[in-house]
Design a protein. Structure first.
Length: 256
């Protein structure tokens, strides 16, 4: 009984630590051609994205309408052999999947804006209107076969014992075995076309005891995009003195 209690305490303690810490995905080092002035980007501790810049003379609160243009995917950054290879790549569906994922990304941001009480989604330039331009610069889909085996093995007696180690390794490392995606964004005034904000971020899939998203190639990436969309809306609505927009969690007990 004491052994069971000790193991349970250890597992619970480890999960608490993972929930409060963990390793975020590393920023993309290779330069993409999308952002007009990437040297302006800054790393701000505690920010929801890895790099960001905003024109200090402009208040985003002056804008209450947003145009979301189709997502740019033409210039993909290099991927390693491990990042590149998955079942969809073997079937030759990379380009088709990327187009569909870009459309999902566009629609996710549109949904987040449409749900907001202050913002209105529009399709024409005008007063108090922003243009949001997005680029998916590096897309690393999941590996469903490996993901399924890894999750199902956690349900066995031996696998259950190893859960803390396996989950800790996923949370603490950034590997080509994990699904990840890098995004860049430009925010413009719709009338002047002046750039008033830019951001860049890269996120990897969440570490979890059981991850239902591992069973589908793009489910983890869609979850990341949905979180980005919500964070964008929060950032547009953030007032002076408000807390910073929170970054997404690296670890969750069960992910779906």
């Amino acid at each position: 009984m004491r052994v069971v209690t000790s193991v349970s305490s250890f597992v619970c303690g480890l999960f608490v630590v993972l929930a409060l810490s963990g390793c975020k995905a590393e920023p993309v080092e290779e330069k993409s051609p999308f952002l007009p002035n990437p040297e302006k980007l800054q790393t701000i501790e505690g920010a929801a994205v890895q790099k960001v810049w905003k024109d200090p003379t402009v208040s985003l609160l002056e804008y209450d309408k947003v145009i979301v243009v189709p997502v740019f995917t033409e210039k993909q950054l290099n991927k390693s052999w491990l990042e590149r290879n998955n079942i969809r790549h073997m079937l030759g569906d990379d380009e088709k999947d990327l187009i569909e994922f870009a459309k999902y990304t566009e629609e996710s941001f549109k949904r987040a804006i449409s749900r907001d009480k202050r913002l209105t989604l529009v399709d024409k330039p005008g007063k108090n209107t922003l243009i949001l331009e997005l680029a998916l610069v590096k897309v690393v889909p999941g590996k469903p076969i490996i993901g399924a085996l890894g999750n199902l093995s956690n349900l066995t007696p031996f696998g259950l014992i190893l859960v803390p180690v396996k989950v800790g390794a996923k949370a603490g490392t950034d590997s080509g075995m994990q699904a990840s995606v890098a995004i860049e964004g430009i925010v413009r005034d719709s009338q002047t076309k002046k750039v008033i904000g830019m951001f860049a971020d890269r996120e990897k899939q969440k570490a979890a005891v059981f991850n239902f998203n591992d069973f589908r190639t793009y489910s983890n990436l869609k979850q990341i995009v949905d979180e980005w969309a919500d964070q964008f809306v929060q950032a547009i609505n953030r007032k002076p003195g408000d807390p910073r927009v929170q970054d997404s969690k690296v670890f969750v007990p069960v992910n779906f």
